[in-house]
Design a protein around this ligand. Structure first.
Ligand code: CIZ
Ligand code: SF4
Length: 319
């Protein structure tokens, strides 16, 4: 406890010294989320992180999350210094969508509008017409479908399949997945529902279709947090990263949250509802980055300018 308090006090001083603000994702360590809130930063999903960072007056953004979130911040505000607690934190969706292969895939289907999830590299975004997050994926694809556009969706096949099913749009899917959400098991959720019959089931659409089918509410992290607040249920089964419990419990202290079951423990479960890359962010490496200016994120200028177009389209769409 003492060590934590000392680290927090040190980071508070450094934030002032460096004119910096913390932009943290819901999946990071609750200690980081609490500190972001205490210091006027934000705790949010990737869409709101992007918006907050681009509107805040701080000259340095400390992005606690994974690489694509830091890249997005740098692309949107190239004049700001963007630091990350670690530059090693990536994402299985980003890794599973290398730009050369993806570009060739797009080139092979020139009649399709290219929609990519925010969880992609700057280079993949630069090849896209639209960037979306899970909170606006349905709305954007509905909008494009209404104009008669055919779509390439990348990289998450579960979210893409869900969007396709909900909108009826003509969607060609890239074969990517999130190693965290992919582990949730329908049978496990059904067993848990049997034990907690009054619990509402909240599912992030990066989960397999069989799990999504069991949901009372399907949505992005922000939408699931809202559901926890607004539904009358006092008990919830949640299929997304456990980091989200910090915010759910804070907003609903009297409610109970159960994590949806994954494949199990140890070797059979690579991540167990806790993203290993998000977990690489700590108070220690956050303090170190702020103090030394290490782990600064850079995006090549021409690439950033190209990637900014679909990102700005995303931000404008939800204004
Ligand atoms: O799974 C992720 O990385 C999510 C949910 C990102 C986001 O959009 O906030
Ligand atoms: Fe990527 Fe999944 Fe981790 Fe999110 S939770 S950063 S989608 S691996």
């Amino acid at each position: 406890v003492e060590q934590v308090e000392a680290a927090k006090a040190r980071i508070k001083q450094l934030l002032i010294r460096e004119n910096a603000v913390i932009v943290a994702h819901y999946y990071t360590d609750p200690l980081i989320q609490a500190l972001a809130e205490e210091t006027g930063g934000c705790v949010a999903d990737s869409l709101e992180m992007a918006r907050f960072g681009s509107q805040h007056s701080a000259t340095t953004l400390v992005v606690a999350g994974v690489k694509f979130m830091g890249e997005t911040a740098k692309i949107l505000t190239p004049e700001k210094r963007v630091l990350m607690p670690t530059l090693e934190a990536t994402c299985s969706l980003d890794i599973g969508c290398p730009v050369d292969e993806f570009s060739a895939f797009c080139d092979a289907h020139p009649d399709r509008t290219v929609v990519v999830y925010a969880n992609t590299s700057a280079a993949v975004k630069a090849r896209a017409d639209w960037v979306v997050t899970s909170s606006i994926a349905l709305d954007v694809v509905e909008h494009l479908d209404a104009q008669g556009q055919k779509i390439i969706w990348a990289p998450d096949k579960h979210l893409g399949g869900y969007v396709q099913k909900q909108t009826g749009a003509d969607v060609l899917l890239w074969d990517g997945a999130c190693i965290v959400h992919e582990e949730f098991k329908a049978q496990g959720v059904q067993d848990l529902v049997a034990r907690h019959p009054n619990a509402a089931v909240l599912v992030h659409p990066e989960s397999p279709a069989a799990v999504v089918e069991l949901a009372d509410v399907v949505g992005s992290t922000s939408q699931l947090i809202k559901a926890a607040q607004t539904l009358p249920n006092t008990e919830f089964i949640v299929a997304t990263d456990q980091g989200i419990f910090y915010k759910m419990q804070q907003l609903c202290p009297e409610k109970t949250f159960h994590i949806a079951p994954t494949a199990g423990s140890g070797a059979t479960c690579r991540s167990c509802a806790n993203c290993p890359w998000m977990a690489m962010n700590s108070l220690e490496n956050l303090a170190h980055s702020l103090d030394t200016g290490s782990n600064e994120m850079f995006v090549e200028r021409a690439l950033g300018e190209r990637a900014m177009l679909p990102l700005n389209r995303m931000l404008a769409f939800t204004k």
